[in-house]
Design a protein around this ligand. Structure first.
Ligand SMILES: *[C@@H]1O[C@H](CO)[C@@H](O)[C@H](O)[C@H]1NC(C)=O
Length: 294
């Protein structure tokens, strides 16, 4: 009886752990979901996104740019919802071509850090898959990190790149943490059912071995629901659900990694149906399906 009871308790504890949302956070565009033109999210839109994230068990929202007053709006929304922000400054083009914009946005980050507090921010990323040399990218990252430290801002700083580029050029994880996008759909030859094993058995071990001692954040992983297939990688709502379910279950087994779901809602301004259709809220039943099924 004693054994039976304690195994019941263990079973219920385990199933609680495994039925939870095991993603750390979710990314969102600065544009309203479902719009064919890029249209800034209002404060209300950000509040809705942050509440939706919190109510589904995400502990953070990730932004990839500061346009649309997104850092302040997302921070205000996250503060009200009691969740964090993984803040990202966007670099379009080369590092050199964006010096003024990025310097301005570093100041915007300083202001937000002062207003919303250190604890609001998981980290600050400089660039998302920047098309420039690793040397140029990291010089910028170290420069900004040094500056922020000199003014008392201690937020961890890094740059986001594809997991393949970080594996091949691990200087990209030389700052405070690994920030890698890992999209099984685009990596070739894998089904939605392999999304979890691919990220946690191929991507994460490669990053841990190339970036020893660094915290790993998988900044983007998700699955599209529309557009053309890539070999065995099929975009559909059912496949998107399967991929998120497998990612969530795989994340339960490795607490050393933070995984960010991609992304909050469909973004119709993007280049093709695959890219437009990674949206999760309003399409995928997380609480009673994806998170309840491993
Ligand atoms: C990256 O930069 C190179 C060199 O400037 C350019 O030829 C290439 O088209 C760029 N790639 C993308 C995806 O923008």
């Amino acid at each position: 009886m004693k054994f039976f009871l304690s195994s019941l308790i263990i079973t219920s504890l385990v199933s609680q752990v495994f039925c939870a949302n095991n993603f750390a956070g979710i990314g969102g565009s600065n544009s309203k979901g479902g719009n064919s033109a890029y249209t800034c999210r209002s404060q209300t839109d950000w509040n809705n996104l942050a509440n939706n994230a919190r109510n589904n068990g995400f502990r953070a929202i990730r932004i990839t740019g500061f346009d649309c007053d997104a850092l302040h709006r997302a921070s205000r929304a996250a503060a009200a919802a009691g969740i964090q922000v993984l803040a990202g400054i966007y670099i379009a083009g080369t590092v050199a071509s964006t010096t003024v914009q990025v310097n301005n946005e570093v100041q915007i980050f300083r202001q937000a850090y002062a207003e919303f507090g250190a604890g609001r921010y998981v980290g600050l990323t400089i660039g998302n898959e920047v098309n420039d040399s690793t040397g140029n990218i990291m010089a910028r990252v170290y420069d900004i990190r040094g500056y922020l430290r000199s003014v008392g801002v201690n937020t961890p700083v890094s740059t986001v790149h594809t997991w393949v580029r970080i594996r091949d050029e691990p200087a990209l994880c030389g700052a405070d943490f690994v920030a890698a996008n890992a999209h099984t759909f685009y990596d070739g030859g894998r089904t939605s059912a392999q999304a979890g094993t691919f990220v946690f058995q191929t991507v994460v071990p490669a990053l841990k071995s190339r970036c020893p001692g660094k915290n790993v954040i998988i900044t983007e992983s998700g699955w599209p629901s529309r557009g053309g297939r890539l070999g065995v990688a099929v975009p559909s709502v059912a496949d998107e659900r399967t991929a998120l379910q497998r990612l969530n279950c795989a994340a339960a087994a490795d607490r050393s990694v933070s995984l960010y779901a991609f992304e909050a809602d469909d973004q119709l301004w993007k280049g093709n149906d695959n890219e437009r259709s990674f949206g999760i809220f309003g399409k995928i039943n997380l609480q009673n399906d994806v998170f309840a099924s491993c």
